[in-house]
Design a protein around this ligand. Structure first.
Ligand code: SF4
Ligand code: SF4
Length: 325
């Protein structure tokens, strides 16, 4: 289990342009806000959800990953062995392939440069606002017609407020629609700094019960719930989309759904409550990061359960919309 770290604001680079460790830039996303979008995933998260499918997003710094199946073997290659300054690599005689001693590895990345087969690779790259924007703008032709734009996600993008605010502000100046995805576990000052540059905020309600939230994510939910209420009140121009990552036997009960509906009630700028069914595509990444046994096993919700809960949400949201008109 990786310890929960409360990150502070990252320092600015010498040229005063904020930089962040980007773990992935996904093109043509259709589930991260309106239209066709480019989603930028920042590294570093302040929750430790037991069902996490993106373990590569948890640690804030770049880190080594190793896919043993891609290794062509020490006899045929072996180029990584002499370059490791920490003696963290060795050959396993059973298959002649490399093994990583994760206790010794310091994520320096030297072996990645030497590896011709991408068996050794790195999650996370330090990028400037200008570098990220240049990549995002390559998809510009798809934004206009679809109403899409840039979505900043993670990990937790609000843990790097200087970078996030600067990137979203620049994107807006170029006429792009902006969205963020957050789990809300950040100081209010960070959220407040970023929200003036956001058109849509997608935000998670993982568990509304305090004890259960602590049990399944490792942290208390009081700050998260308070941040959301303040955001709804203080940023009426932002469009909020609430989301529940639906995990059977963790949070797929009516009490949680109703508690979220209570939390968003009376806030007309919360336009939707979405259910995101657990899909479980993350197992291999745990192995590649040396985190065997890091993920607990969960099953996706059944279509019947999903439909019943969606119906419950729709019914109540329609009733509230009707009452407002
Ligand atoms: S990342 Fe650095 S310390 Fe880790 S195995 Fe590769 S060379 Fe060695
Ligand atoms: S450099 Fe890559 S392919 Fe070559 S032995 Fe090392 S891990 Fe295997």
């Amino acid at each position: 289990m990786i310890a929960v770290i409360e990150m502070s604001r990252p320092s600015l680079h010498a040229d005063d342009e904020p930089r962040a460790v980007v773990v992935n830039i996904q093109h043509f996303s259709t589930h991260d806000g309106p239209g066709i979008r480019t989603t930028v995933f920042l590294k570093g998260c302040s929750l430790r959800c037991s069902w996490c499918c993106n373990p590569e997003s948890i640690k804030p710094a770049p880190e080594l990953a190793f896919n043993r199946g891609q290794c062509i073997g020490a006899a045929a290659c072996g180029r990584c062995l002499p370059v490791c300054p920490a003696q963290a690599l060795h050959v396993d005689s059973s298959d002649d392939r490399i093994r990583v001693n994760w206790e010794l590895c310091n994520d320096c990345g030297e072996c990645v440069k030497a590896c011709p087969s991408r068996a050794l690779y790195r999650f996370g790259k330090l990028m400037s606002v200008a570098e990220v924007l240049a990549e995002v703008e390559r998809d510009g032709a798809f934004y206009g017609e679809s109403g899409g734009g840039l979505t900043l996600s993670g990990g937790e993008c609000l843990l790097q407020p200087d970078f996030s605010a600067a990137l979203l502000e620049s994107a807006r100046r170029r006429g792009l629609d902006t969205a963020i995805e957050t789990a809300g576990n950040v100081p209010w000052a960070f959220m407040k700094q970023v929200l003036p540059h956001v058109d849509t905020m997608l935000h998670d309600y993982k568990l509304t019960d305090r004890g259960e939230h602590r049990r399944w994510t490792g942290v208390d939910n009081a700050r998260i719930l308070e941040n959301y209420q303040r955001a709804y009140r203080e940023f009426p121009e932002v469009r909020f989309i609430a989301r529940i990552p639906l995990i059977p036997n963790v949070n797929d009960d009516e009490a949680h759904i109703d508690a979220v509906l209570d939390a968003i009630e009376g806030h007309p700028n919360v336009v939707e409550l979405e259910l995101l069914p657990y899909h479980g595509f993350g197992e291999s990444k745990y192995r590649f990061l040396g985190l065997d046994g890091g993920a607990q096993e969960f099953s996706p919700p059944t279509p019947e359960r999903l439909a019943a809960l969606r119906q419950r949400i729709e019914k109540r949201m329609n009733r509230e919309k009707g009452a407002r008109h």
